[in-house]
Design a binder for this molecule. Sequence first.
Ligand code: 5GP
Length: 126
Amino acid sequence: MAYTYDDQNVFAKILRGEIPNDTVLETAHSLAFRDINAQAPTHVLVIPKGRYVNFDHFAAEATEAEIVDFIRAVGEVCRIEGVAADRGEGYRLIANAGRHGVQEVPHLHVHVIGGRVLGRMLPAAG
Ligand code: 5GP
């Protein structure tokens, strides 16, 4: 099944400059900005600039330059936010995909969350 990208999703609008964002880092292929509804003192979203719906789409179709840039951008955000585990207290990365992942915005994003103890990874099944 082919991946279908919706150019009207809110992160596409952010990338086009149609919606403002609080930028943490911009690189050649990636943008990192603060989540509008932060769940912790650090809550940054890292997105590729390319039209990728989710992580598996990105892994399958992104160029190596895009993949390297994106992964390094995530690491750089951890350092900028002071949560990188060599100096800070650590963080959690989350990439929701699809219906079971309860993905709200259909443009790949990794949540970088930290600044407090985050509790168990998942709530009890229910
Ligand atoms: P998802 O559930 O898709 O993994 O997460 C989407 C995230 O995008 C949510 O945490 C939500 O708060 C955030 N978000 C939705 N709309 C906007 C927006 O317009 N600006 C920013 N900065 N974040 C947004």
